[in-house]
Each structure stands twice: as structure tokens, then as C-alpha cells.
Design a protein around this ligand. Sequence first.
Ligand SMILES: Nc1ncnc2c1ncn2[C@@H]1O[C@H](COP(=O)(O)OP(=O)(O)OP(=O)(O)O)[C@@H](O)[C@H]1O
Length: 310
Amino acid sequence: MLLEIKNLFFSHRSDQKLFQNFNLKVEEGKIIALAGESGCGKSTLLNLIYGLLDWDNGEIIFDGKPILGPKQNLVPGEENMKLVAQNYDLMPYSTVADNVGKFISNINLDEKKEKVQELLKVVGLEEFEYTLPKYLSGGQMQRVAIARSLSVMPKLLLLDEPFSNIDFSRKIELRERLFNYVREKNISLIISTHEIQEVMPWLDQIIVLQEGRLIQNDNAEETFNNPYNQYVAALFGEVNVFTDEEKSNNNLSKNFWYPHEIKISTEGKEVEVLESRFAGSYYWNKISLQGKNLIIYTPEKIQGNLKIDI
Ligand SMILES: Nc1ncnc2c1ncn2[C@@H]1O[C@H](COP(=O)(O)OP(=O)(O)OP(=O)(O)O)[C@@H](O)[C@H]1O
């Protein structure tokens, strides 16, 4: 096991109960998303794993050794682990290349230069090699910090919202190159995100936190298809929720239905279309099933009274 958290208790303040007897095991070589709504404890958990916070009770074991908080370990951080936090901590008077190469040994300068080039390519910053961080955008600085963290070939890389400042088209390129790179180098990755859809295709596992509790820990498909509760389902976007009573009254197989799962059909339950709006690659529709409003996506605009398959 690469990482094991055992019976961890931690709160930022005495009136807060964030992690209460928290347990987690992470195997080597996995790409894992740490998901959950804002404030659920994602950044805190990454900081705990990296040894930046002192916890009240419990253990964090990384690569067979206990992680120590700042009270016991004056220079936080582990040799085989890197954290890219939301502040990127770049050296302001050094170029992008020097920042990326900060942790790479100077013994073989040609090799170092090659490695820096390779990493700049992964994050798409080849043209900014000689630029100083102050001339970079927030998203570019974030990418420099990611490249620097990869330079040491950590066994475990912790990325806190790595795409938060990066625009959509760049994000698509970056995520593919980044995930392929860590996979190729067998670097385990824990990436915190509240945009789970953005990283889904690359994930081995999703860990869902709700107010400091681990409520689901499954592969992406299982988490999507069998969300533990409404909170988990809602991480994937809009969701229609049926109570147990509504589920049995309507003879449904499950409580949570994503909009794309409910289809217009020639036979089925009668519904009234309340709204139908263009949403790009689909129409977003609000329909009423015996007074219960549902959201469904359709390829065409719909109206009037129709039937649905659910
Ligand atoms: N230094 C701190 N002192 C006191 N409370 C804190 C501190 N840092 C975080 N918190 C609180 O702890 C809880 C968890 O915060 P954390 O930043 O870990 O959440 P998060 O899931 O990473 O949120 P986001 O997605 O918005 O980054 C929140 O309620 C937050 O207000």
C-alpha cells in the first residue's frame, strides 16, 4: 500500500469536527480524484497527507514510513511526494525553466535541460522557458508548479484543483498530457476537484468527501452508476431524485436519474413539457411527471404532452 490513513482525527478549530476517525488506503500507480463540494476538506486532506498540518490523533503512513506534522518535522515534505497547492510558490526572480528545474540536480546540465524541456512540453509552456513568473497568468503559473512537481518523479503527486485557473481549450490538452505522463512514469496521483466530469476519463478511482467524511470510494463507473447518495450523484451534474415512496409508486429501478437517462418514447409514462431550451449539444428540458418536475436532455426541442421511458 502506498498510502494509508488510519483513524485520523483533525479539526482546524476547536468548534469544528472535520476528520473524525478517517480511514483511507491508496494503492500504487492509481489516478484518483478527491471530490466533494467546496469546504468538504479536500485541501485539508492533501495538506495532512503532505505533512503540513498537525493532527490530533491517528496515523498517516506513506511508502512504509509515518508522515510527521510540522511540530515533529521542521522541513515539511517527503522525498517521494509532491504537493501542488493553490498558491504556486514560484521563485519570482528565476525564469520558468529555472523554476521547473529547481529540484533537478546540476550534475549533468544537458540532462537537466532535456528534462526541463520535456516537462515544459507536458504543461504546454515551451515558449515561456526564459520568462519570469511575474509575466505569467495565474493558469500559467499553475502549470509551472505542476511541471516542477513532476521533475522529481515523485511516487505520489498531490494536485489541489490543478485546472482551476486554466481555460477550457488549454485544459483539454493539459489534462491529457499530464495524465498520460503520470501513467507512463507510474506516478500515483491524487487530484482534488469539484469538476469531476473534467477528469473522469482518466480516473481509476473517486474518493468522495462530505463534511470530512469519506462517503464513497469506488471506480469512476461505479460511482457514477451507483452514487451512494444525492450529494455524490450531484457531483456529476444535474440529477433527478426520487424518494423511496416516489420510486415505488412509479415502479422505478433506482432513486437517482441523470437527465440523459430519461428518454422520450412512444410508450411509457405521460409527461407535460414545461420548458425546452437550447443548451449547445442538447436541449435542456423541464418536464412534469404527475406534478413532479424532472430535467431531461434531448437532441431536439420538445413541447406538449409526451411519453417517457424511465
Ligand atoms: N486555516 C484554516 N482555519 C480554519 N478553518 C479552515 C482553515 N482552512 C480550512 N478551514 C475550514 O475547513 C473546512 C475544509 O476546508 P478545505 O479548504 O479543506 O475544503 P475544500 O474541500 O478544499 O474546499 P474548496 O473546494 O473550496 O477548496 C472548511 O469549512 C474551511 O472553512
